[in-house]
Design a protein around this ligand. Structure first.
Ligand code: ATP
Ligand code: MG
Length: 374
């Protein structure tokens, strides 16, 4: 996967600019608050379908402008394509592939694949389950577009079931009870589909992460990750029908409590991913450095797995993470990502010397200026 060029119009602090990327390394450097991360964010939106940091799409529109537009040209499997995206306040994003409007955002996901390394991700180990679920969901969606639609459907059913539970708080009736049963049935069907895919992905990633981890740290420590749904499933996600019946049982056995709380207490929106370091839960025992290494290797493993599934590496986007790493890990990452396309942001101009080849841009007030070849 090669990201060739991006054009920004009224996106964040960028008025109207474009960047041509090197097939190897492109460095965006400059002072704080100039738009380096904004430029990377614009690329990553095409992979994830939404920003990795904006809560609302409207935040992406340049202050005072009416709409933001992004257009990305990339090459995959020897073919060039263009994806575009228009963001307007209060409207759904519109997406285009080669100028043709796509019906759904989910049709865009999976076309352009990228792995983002961002300082926020260093929280994956320590933060709550939702960060870990999001990590899996984003990675899987890029490989399996159907997965994203399944997840969207799950969330829609969950929303309906929650509204029903809230209204049942003020009095149940046989018809409400029957609807609740119907929603529970549907929710468990989609829960099982989601859980089985997540568990399989976590298992695939686990071995690869462990290998990369000991490589990077030069240690014998082992890392493993596994999907953690309800304990009744017991780590065995091989049989979807069984997984489904377990979720269904939980959803039918505890409705009194759920009505009282007014929301669904069981299902894949509550699940987690266990990250273990030497057999112990990393979220409790990993040191800062170990957490950092775990997240970096998880991301490298994500890229590796994506290549195995699709035949090509995704584009690696590194948002200012090199400066946070010690020299050994930094050089491991730099050598670990050679032969693939990398886009790096940094405040530190010395990255230009450390990484040879490619292009660099000096970013100031939302304007990237190509630096002279060294
Ligand atoms: P750092 O090195 O500190 O990470 P950066 O170059 O990565 O800096 P960005 O996060 O890309 O900085 O850009 C931040 C700038 O973009 C801020 O000055 C912010 O006010 C501005 N900005 C963010 N959203 C918008 C918007 N919607 N319209 C205009 N400017 C915006
Ligand atoms: Mg930044």
């Amino acid at each position: 996967m090669i990201c060739k060029r991006i054009e920004y119009t009224d996106f964040r602090n960028i008025v109207n600019e474009s960047i041509d990327f090197s097939p190897e390394t492109t460095i965006l450097y400059g002072k704080n608050a100039q738009g380096k991360t904004n430029m990377l964010e614009g690329v990553y939106i095409f992979a994830q379908g939404k920003s990795h940091r904006a809560g609302k799409d409207s935040e992406l529109i340049r202050f005072g402008a009416e709409r933001a537009k992004l257009s990305l040209r990339y090459e995959s499997g020897g073919r060039e394509n263009t994806l575009s995206l228009v963001i307007e306040d209060g409207k759904r994003k519109t997406t285009y592939k080669n100028g043709i409007k796509l019906d759904r955002l989910s049709e865009m996901i999976g076309n352009f694949r990228a792995v983002l390394f961002s300082p926020e991700h260093l929280a994956i180990v320590k933060a709550g389950p939702s960060e870990r679920r999001a990590f899996l969901d984003v990675a899987i969606s890029q490989l399996r577009p159907v997965y994203m639609r399944t997840l969207q459907r799950y969330n829609m059913i969950l929303f309906q079931r929650n509204s029903l539970l809230k209204s049942m708080k003020y009095g149940a009736s046989p018809s409400l009870t029957a609807s609740l049963e119907a929603w529970s049935e549907q929710l468990s069907e989609y829960a099982a589909r989601v859980a089985v895919v997540r568990a399989e992905y976590a298992e695939k990633l686990s071995g690869m992460t462990s290998e990369l981890y000991s490589d990077m740290t030069g240690s014998r420590e082992s890392v493993s990750i596994s999907y953690h749904g309800t304990s009744r499933i017991g780590g065995d996600y091989g049989d979807e029908a069984r997984v489904r019946s377990i979720y269904r049982r939980q959803l039918t056995e505890n409705t009194d409590r759920e009505i009282l709380l007014g929301s669904t207490q069981y299902g894949v929106h509550k699940d987690d991913v266990d990250i273990m370091l030497n057999g112990r839960e990393a979220k409790f025992f990993a040191s800062q450095g170990q957490q950092r290494s775990i997240v970096l290797t998880l991301k490298l493993a994500e890229g590796e797995y994506s290549r195995r599934e699709t035949g090509e590496y995704p584009v690696f986007l590194l948002d200012d993470i090199l400066s946070e790493l010690d020299p050994a890990r930094r050089s491991y990452i730099i050598s670990g990502i050679k032969d693939r396309q990398v886009i790096i942001t940094s405040c530190d101009t010395s990255v230009k010397r450390r990484i040879r080849g490619g292009l660099s841009y000096y970013v100031k007030a939302g304007v990237p200026t190509a630096a002279k070849e060294q």
